[in-house]
Design a protein around this ligand. Structure first.
Ligand SMILES: *Cc1c(COP(=O)(O)O)cnc(C)c1O
Length: 351
């Protein structure tokens, strides 16, 4: 056989990311999307930006960085904007990790974590969740070794739903060596209603090793445009910027995100509707006898074990798509009211 070009070993052995299924004639409850379209102001901003796409986007991301910094009351040097918060996570891992390093994270959590870690050549150290589907913080702490570069936390945790509390994260950060980066992924920040849920943005000033991730993909309803950001110490932000792809955040995305932040109230109305629907669905599903972990995002988790794939097929037949994790469980997004009704109906009778 002729020799052929070979990717690095960790790339050859990458697990595939499984995207949420889509089908035109089914409710799509498989990708935690906001069912509401962007606001009129955001759509106008996108249309206006279309007239300038013969020009490169602002490479310095100045306007969007300023807007996010102003919103959080931090310096622009503490804001790293990326083409989705996942890109910020990837850039951060690229900047800090290489073969021989370890990245500790809870499992099950976001599918993208093990892939992003493996691309760097670092070793993923997965720490099982507690029986109530929460992060096991003492076990995460105990998993930190001399080789650990980064710990990933996710609140609310995708796909299981519970949050970390402010006190828990505070105590964890006090306990973790300062040479270890702690990345707190708050993709679903806007949906959480538990009063003591963590708000990572309030901790960044005190912990130079903390990175908080937020996104325009969920509450703001812009996953198709790809914008997210990290809040961190300027040194960490500089490292993320150094590894990011030039011009990665396109011009439409930059302008849409600025408009979405300025029109935040409209997005938060859609979040309020989703939260009300979430509470309605969870109450109905629990009344029907299901044990569901606390759900603080725009989704909930059914720990179905080996029945996960069978349930997903029955859901599709009933008109909606879910995200199934074979042998583990199913994540169902809170969507349009009719879609949620279909979910409740199936869960009342399914066995
Ligand atoms: C959806 C999601 C994101 C968002 O990714 P983007 O790249 O910003 O679209 C990040 N983290 C978690 C846990 C998510 O579920």
């Amino acid at each position: 056989m002729a020799p052929k070009p070979t990717p690095r070993t960790p790339i050859r052995e990458l697990p595939a990311y499984v995207p949420g299924r889509r089908a035109a004639d089914k409710w799509k409850l498989s990708s935690n999307e906001n069912p509401a379209p962007p606001s009129a102001a955001v759509m106008t901003a996108i249309a206006d930006a279309a007239a300038d796409v013969n020009r490169y986007p602002d490479m310095g991301l100045e306007e969007i960085t300023q807007a996010i910094a102003a919103f959080h009351g931090v310096s622009p040097a503490q804001v790293a904007v990326g083409s989705g918060s996942i890109a910020v996570l990837e850039d951060l891992l690229q900047a800090y990790c290489e073969a021989g390093d370890e990245v500790v994270f809870p499992w099950r959590s976001f599918e993208a974590y093990p892939i992003a870690v493996q691309v760097t050549g670092a070793t993923a150290v997965k720490v099982p969740l507690t029986p109530d589907a929460r992060h096991d913080l003492p076990a995460l702490r105990a998993a930190i070794t001399d080789r650990t570069k980064v710990v990933l936390l996710c609140s609310p945790n995708n796909p299981t739903g519970p949050v970390l509390t402010q006190e828990e994260v505070h105590a964890f950060l006090d306990d973790v060596p300062r040479r270890v980066l702690v990345l707190l992924d708050e993709a679903y920040y806007e949906y959480r209603t538990q009063p003591d849920a963590v708000d990572g943005s309030t901790l960044v000033a005190d912990y130079p090793n903390l990175v908080v991730l937020r996104t325009f993909s969920k509450a703001y309803g812009l996953p198709g445009l790809r914008v997210g950001y990290g809040l961190a110490h300027p040194d960490v932000v500089a490292a993320v910027r150094a590894t990011s792809t030039a011009f990665a955040v396109n011009a439409l995305a930059q302008r849409a995100a600025v408009a979405a932040l300025a029109d935040r109230a409209t997005a938060m109305e859609t979040v309020g509707q989703t939260v009300a629907e979430r509470d309605r669905v969870l109450a109905a599903v629990r009344t029907a006898g299901w044990e569901v972990p606390d759900a603080q995002g725009n989704f909930f988790w059914l720990p179905l074990g080996r029945d996960a794939l069978r349930f997903a097929a029955d859901a599709e037949a009933a008109g909606f798509l879910v995200r199934a994790f074979a042998g583990d469980g199913v994540r169902i997004t809170i969507g349009e009211k009719e879609a949620n009704d279909a979910v409740i109906e199936l869960l009342r009778t399914w066995h």
